[in-house]
Design a protein around this ligand. Sequence first.
Ligand SMILES: *Cc1c(COP(=O)(O)O)cnc(C)c1O
Length: 422
Amino acid sequence: MKDTQIAKLIAAEAKRQREGLELIPSENYVSKEVREAMSSVLTNKYSEGYPGKRYYGGQVNTDKIEQLAIDRAKSLFKSDHANVQPHSGAPANEAVYHAWLEPGDTIMGMELSHGGHLTHGRPGTISAKLFNFVRYGIKDIETGEIDYDQMRAVALKTKPKIILAGYSSYPRELDYAKFAAIGNEVGAMLMADMAHIAGLIAGGVLANPFDSGFHVMTTTTHKTLRGPRGAMILSRGSVSNPLRPVEKTLENLPTLIDRTVFPGLQGGPHMHIIAAKAVALFEAAQPEYKDYCKQVLSNAQALARGLIQRGFKLITNGTDNHMMVADIQSSFGFDGSVAELTLDRIGLTLNKNVIPDDPLPPYKPSGIRLGTPAVTTRGLKEEHMDQIAKWISLALKRRNSETDLDKLGKEVKQLATQFPLP
Ligand SMILES: *Cc1c(COP(=O)(O)O)cnc(C)c1O
C-alpha cells in the first residue's frame, strides 16, 4: 500500500487483534472468504433498486448475488422475505419503524438499562424524537424474568403499534410466545431485534421468534452471524413489486419494508457487503456452524461459572446466551470503566456496561459486559474460559501493580498467539 500511514495502522490493529483476546460480545472474526468478498470489485458497482428492478445497467452478476443472499437468509431464518440492503443495525431498525409507523406513534421496547439497545428509543436519537417509546423491564433481577404482567398493563394502556423484543445486554432468553399474546391482544406488530443472537438462532441453539408468530426480525450481520458489518430485515407476508406503493397491512410488510429501505432511507446498496453477507449465510448453513454455536454457549457457561466461583456478581446470576454482565462496583468498589481500562492493559478487551437501574452514569457505569463469540471463533474451549476468569479476577485485584499487570499481559499474549485469527 502506498499510503504507509494507513498501512501501518492496519498492521498494528492486526497485531492487537492477534495478541489479545476479544470478549466484547458484539464482535467476532470473519472468515477469509467473507473478507475476500468485501474487498472485491463489487464495491465499484451501483445497483439502486432490487434484483430484476434496477435503475442502472450492468446488473447481470449483482442481481444473482443479491438474490442468493436473499434466498439464503430466508431459508436460514424461515422468513417469507429478506431485505439484505441495510447498511447497519441502526438503519435497519429505523427502516422498520418508518415502514410501519407515522411520527408520534408508540413503540414498546425493553428498558434501556435492562438490556435494550440505543435504537430502542434512547433520548437524543432520531427515533426517540419521532416516536413515543414506552417500556417493559425485568421483574426479578436474580432470575432476569421479564415482567409480562406489567408489559401487558402498559400495552393495554398505551396501545403501541410495535412491540419490540431484543437486547444488547440481557443474558437470558425471552418468552416470545408471551410477547406475541400481548401484541395480538393490542393489535401491535411484533418485531424482534436479534442483532446479537441471530447467529445463535441460525445455528439452532436459541429460539426463532418467527416460530412464535413474530412479523419482522432485524439483525446485524457482523455479531454472532460472523459476516461483514451490515444488517438485514426478515419478514413474514407476501412479496409484491417493491417499487409500487401498497396499503399498510401486516400482509404487505415485506413490500413496505423494501420501499422504506430504498428509496425511503438509502440509495445504492453496498454490493461487496451483500456478497459477503451471502458468504456468511452460506457458512452459517454448514454443520460446523452449529458446533460453533453450541461451543459459544458452553464457553459462556464456563466463563460465567469461573467468574461466579471467584466472587463476581453476575446480573441474573448467569447466562442462557453468549453474554454476561458483571456488577463490578458492588464487588470491587470501583466502576466498570476502571475495569475496562485495567483489562485492556493485559490484552483482554471488553466493555463497560450499565447494570439494571444503574445508580451510576453510562460513561462510568457499574458493570462490564463480556461474551464468547469471538474467542470461540479463535478455537478457545471451556478450560480457557476458566483461565480468562482467573486473569480478570487477578488483574482487578492487583490493578495498581504494574509488575503484576505486565506478567498477566504476557500470559494472555502467550495463549492468544497459540490461536491464530482466521
Ligand atoms: C448492535 C445492535 C444494533 C445496532 O447495530 P449497528 O450495526 O451498530 O448499527 C441494533 N440493535 C441491537 C439489539 C444491537 O445489539
